[in-house]
Design a protein around this ligand. Structure first.
Ligand SMILES: [Cu+2]
Length: 713
């Protein structure tokens, strides 16, 4: 066994190696050993000579900073019901050997504090096991070992993959008189048959929580590793995915207002990536967009560090080839809590609900972005990608217990590439208490459904009623958003109205199993005023206008999406809007196209002033304003109200004043897409000056050009 040295902050350093002993649980012991030796541990030393007592795993390479050599790919395969014994051995150069060890197993099972831990795995799925070692001063080894374990359901070590989703279109809900050569551009699986009988009945929706390895009360420090993994969305079928730390969704990062978040990020993907912190007001050089940061290359690391200021649910995802990387699994949540919230944690039962959909092929693999025939490629570009499998917290059609009479607070995020989310529960009325950027000024009660475009969040409460033993579905309902049909006839692209738009079959994506509460539950009613909102004063605002449109679809599958008539790739710094620190702006976001576009602004809040529909001559057809002023980072731009030439304009206000720890200094050499650099990001003053992106959050549209940026000076 080899020991590799790690150098860490300051004087302390550990010598660490990790031992995994297989202690089979009775009958399965031999099988377990066989599996480990034959197929599952490419990174094990002397894999030809495995015995149950001496499987040594080198979790670190010889790099002085202790780069994690493994896991790459699947990691360890185990069967449900089997046990693994983990043994950690570390020597402390301080010589007092007063080390403490703890193991974390995501949210699936409790953490264990010991040098040796034997753990039985009863949950099918992917579990990242992390080892944390502290020295006598309490200082944590900054590079904990992580092992990814696939817990399999089958007893056959080589299960024959069975197709899960039915990629064929469901039955046509209504015959249509108009000829449509391609009636269903976004194939839906048959809505009725149980898509995943082996997973239905899951009693919980665990989300792995990132381990905070920093002792300071106001610093949260976590490690994220982007890696290739396998997950079992359907029993026995392993999908090759991308994950943060081996789990889908990525680890939940828990912080409180004012905390400094440090994320030690390593890219173990075979392609470059970044992390964008969706909705966060952070320094420009931490934003992770491609005008803020050069992509992090495979094998490279990057430290994201910023303070969190707003109590809300945020999420993080790549900003490089985001349509492909997010679809393959890279997305996680960041919760910033306010200990003095108007909704005390003790009053409600809080759940984080991460909704997604993915497009799996008949073998259970994620379909490549923009693949297939030119017609299929155009459909994915024009309409965005909608998947055939719905995921709630990474699970297919899960069930969760819900206490009757106990108010549920659901923090919902829609991380789908494209799918608009309209959720309802029969006989339930929701009260929306918060959105993208935290609690509303006043609650919005009596809502029959919750609507979220990709990227948006909602904070809702409701109180379930009924009888213990009842099961209640959570239903997704389609929304008309301007989907198009595409056909290529004689080398000519014909784009038409899609009669499936808004009428796709309903789907039951989650089941609530009603249970009696342990004591008499009392419903919680949020206060009438929850959080003050500062209305942006636009008296002396500057103005800017951005049009959202697309070019002609070509028979070879090409189509460009534009902001102000250009794709992002065509833009130079000369195209970027100039913004001065302290400016107040009114932006007109003008949708000229026949489809909706969810607009997302990086790094700053905005407030919607009004929405204006105009005819071809510019005359106002209709105007409407939101119910209340709300801070947003994502808003839907509804499609034009009529024929080409009509427009829908969403008018927003943005305050570019520095603050929140952000100064006006520009610490990074920006200059737009042609001159990006990482700069020396961890030294000096941290500014909000720099390049900031805004784009459509239908990721296929963003990737096809509907993305722009401004320069803040
Ligand atoms: Cu769009």
């Amino acid at each position: 066994m080899k020991n590799y040295s790690l150098s860490i902050l300051g004087k302390t350093s550990f010598f660490l190696c990790l031992l995994v002993l297989v202690v089979g649980c009775s009958d399965d012991a031999r099988k377990s050993n066989a599996i480990l030796s034959e197929q599952s541990l490419p990174w094990v030393e002397s894999s030809s000579n495995l015995t149950p007592a001496s499987v040594a795993i080198n979790t670190f390479d010889s790099a002085p900073n202790g780069t994690i050599l493994s896991p790459v790919g699947a990691g360890v395969d185990l069967y449900r019901g089997q046990s693994l014994t983990f043994e950690a051995m570390a020597t402390d150069p301080d010589g007092d050997t007063n080390l403490s060890y703890s193991w974390s197993f995501g949210a699936y099972m409790p953490a264990v504090a010991a040098q040796t831990a034997t753990v039985k795995f009863d949950t099918v799925g992917v579990i990242a096991v992390q080892l944390n070692v502290r020295d006598s001063t309490g200082k944590l080894d900054p590079t904990p070992d992580t092992i990814v374990i696939n817990i399999l359901n089958e007893t056959d070590p080589n299960p024959v993959p069975t197709p899960i989703p039915d990629p064929n279109p469901g039955p046509n809900p209504a015959p249509t008189p108009e000829p449509n050569p391609n009636p269903n551009p976004n194939p839906e699986p048959n809505p009725n048959p149980d898509p995943n009988p082996g997973i239905v009945g899951t009693q919980e929706l665990p989300i792995t929580v990132a381990v905070d390895k920093n002792l300071s009360n106001d610093i949260v420090e976590v490690d994220l590793i982007a890696m290739e993994s396998k997950v079992e969305f359907s029993p026995g079928v392993f999908s090759n995915v991308y994950t943060y730390n081996g789990v889908i969704p990525g680890p939940l990062i828990k912080t409180k207002v004012g905390d400094t978040l440090i994320v030690n990020f390593t890219n173990n993907l075979p392609e470059p990536t970044t992390i964008h912190w969706h909705g966060l007001r952070l320094p420009a050089d931490m934003d992770g967009s491609t005008v803020a940061q050069n992509p992090i290359q495979p094998g490279e690391s990057f430290v994201y560090q910023f303070q969190v200021h707003d109590a809300a649910l945020f999420w993080y995802h790549p900003h490089v080839r985001s349509n492909a990387q997010v679809e393959k699994g890279l997305a996680g949540t960041l919760l910033v809590e306010n200990p003095d919230s108007a909704i005390p944690a003790a009053e409600v039962s809080q759940e984080i609900m991460i909704f997604d959909d993915i497009l799996l092929d008949p073998t259970g693999q994620v379909t490549e972005a923009f693949s297939g025939t030119p017609e299929e490629i155009l459909l994915e570009k024009i309409n965005g990608r909608e998947g055939n499998v719905f995921l709630v917290n990474g699970k297919v059609a899960p069930s969760i217990p819900v206490e009757i009479g106990k108010t549920q607070r659901w923090r919902i995020v829609n991380i789908a590439n494209t799918r608009f989310l309209r959720l309802s529960i029969p006989n339930v009325e929701f009260t929306r208490v918060g959105g993208d950027e935290g609690l509303l000024y006043t609650p919005e009660p009596n809502l029959k459904s919750i609507f979220l475009v990709p990227g948006q969040r909602a904070d809702v409460v409701f109180t379930p009623t009924g009888v213990a033993g009842d099961s209640i579905p959570v239903i997704w309902t389609d929304t008309s958003r301007g989907r198009h049909s595409i056909s290529i006839v004689n080398g000519e692209v014909i784009m038409g109205h899609d009669h499936f738009d808004g009428v796709q079959p309903e789907r039951e994506i989650l089941t609530l199993n009603l249970i009696d509460p342990p004591a008499l539950a009392t419903a919680f009613t949020p206060p009438w005023v929850m959080e003050p909102v500062t209305v942006i004063d636009t008296t002396n605002a500057k103005t800017a206008s951005f049009t959202f449109s697309h070019g002609m679809p070509m028979p070879n599958g090409m189509v460009d999406f534009y902001i102000n008539g250009k794709t992002f790739a065509e833009m130079t710094v000369d195209d970027a809007l100039d913004v001065q620190n302290g400016d107040i702006f009114i932006w007109d976001l003008v949708n000229m196209s026949g489809g909706d576009h969810p607009f997302h602004l990086h790094g700053f809040f905005f407030q919607v002033i009004e929405t204006i529909e105009t005819d071809v001559d510019g005359a106002v057809l209709r105007k409407y304003a939101p119910n209340q002023v709300e801070n947003l980072d994502t808003v839907n731009l509804p499609r034009r109200p009529g024929v080409m030439g009509t427009k829908t304009t969403v008018r927003i206000a943005i305050d570019f004043s520095p603050g929140l720890g952000r100064t006006v200094e520009d610490t990074v050499a920006f200059g737009g897409v042609s001159a990006i650099t990482n700069g020396d990001i961890l030294s000096g003053v941290r500014g909000q000056s720099g390049g900031w992106q805004f784009h459509c959050h239908i990721l296929e549209h963003a990737d096809t050009g509907m993305m722009s940026f401004f320069e803040l000076r």
